[in-house]
Structures are given as C-alpha cells and as structure tokens.
Design a protein around this ligand. Structure first.
Ligand code: RB5
Length: 154
C-alpha cells in the first residue's frame, strides 16, 4: 500500500528537479500529486505555488514540496496561505529544524541553487523528521492564523 500523498509543483526553472524528486518519492512508496509545470517552457511560478499551497491550506493534503529557481518566489506565494508553513531549505540542518521547530508543511527547494543529490537528501530528512511540539507549538499558534484586524502596526 502507498504511503501518504505528497503534492508537488515547480516552475520551468526547477522542472528537472521536480521530476527527480517525483521519481524519488515514488521509489520510496509515496503517492505523488503533480501540480505541474509539465515541461521546460517558461511559466509563472505563482500559478503552481498557488495550486500546491491551496491544497495544503484546505487540508486536502498534509505535506507538499515546491521548487523554483531560487525557492524564494515559491516561499513568498505559499506563505500567504492560512495554515501554510513553507520552509526554503538549502541544507540538512535547516531541513531537520524546519520540521522539529516549525512543523513546516511545505518544503521549498531552489533548483538553481542546490543539486539533485542534496535535494533528495533534504527531502528524505524532511519527510521523516517529526515535529517536537511543546513550546514550539505555542510559538506556531501565535502566527498560524493571524487576525490582521487586531494588528495596529504601532
Ligand atoms: C524564474 O526565472 C525564476 O524567477 C523563478 O524560478 C524563481 O527563482 C523565483 O523566485
């Protein structure tokens, strides 16, 4: 039986990395929902970031992976969605901590920043690392669903 479904998406700049990560996830027994893009033609990263982030925000899927050239644009898009905690990770320590302390539900990778071997190691560590909870849960609760009408800006 398949493990959980991981929803993934990228733009053209990280299309090759997405395909590598998709194969890796399938080999590891995960089901994959691929939100695109489906080739190397130039596209707009928000279109795919929105698909993945809305699927996490709505509760349809628990975990997702987004990729673009730097990972920055996808992070910005994804973190606009309520309940999404997207973490751009380019090293193993950040990947592990993004789960232990931040309970990240979207991993973001930069296809023009890191290579496929490191990307796969980061995905592996990120998927198997549990959230520590406790004081970290209290901290997440402070910003997970902010009531902006109560933020005066002063
Ligand atoms: C595409 O050229 C590039 O801007 C995009 O992949 C990403 O790096 C944006 O943040």
């Amino acid at each position: 039986m398949k493990k959980e479904t991981i929803v993934i998406g990228s733009d053209h700049a990280a299309y090759q990395m997405k395909e590598t990560i998709k194969s890796y996830l399938e080999i590891e027994g995960f089901a994959v929902e691929d939100a695109g893009t489906l080739g190397t033609d130039s596209v707009d990263y928000p279109d795919f970031g929105i698909k993945v982030a809305s699927a996490i925000s709505s509760g349809k899927y628990n975990r997702g992976i987004l990729m673009c050239g730097t990972g920055l644009g996808m992070s910005m898009v994804a973190n606009r969605f309520p309940g999404v905690r997207a973490a751009l990770c380019g090293d193993m320590f950040s990947a592990v901590m993004s789960r232990q302390h931040n309970d990240a539900n979207i991993l973001v990778l930069g296809g023009r920043v890191i290579g496929d071997v490191l990307a796969k190691e980061i995905v592996k560590a990120w998927l198997k690392t549990e959230f520590d909870g406790g004081r970290h849960k209290n901290r997440l609760d402070k910003f997970d669903r902010i009531d902006f009408s109560r933020c005066s800006g002063k």
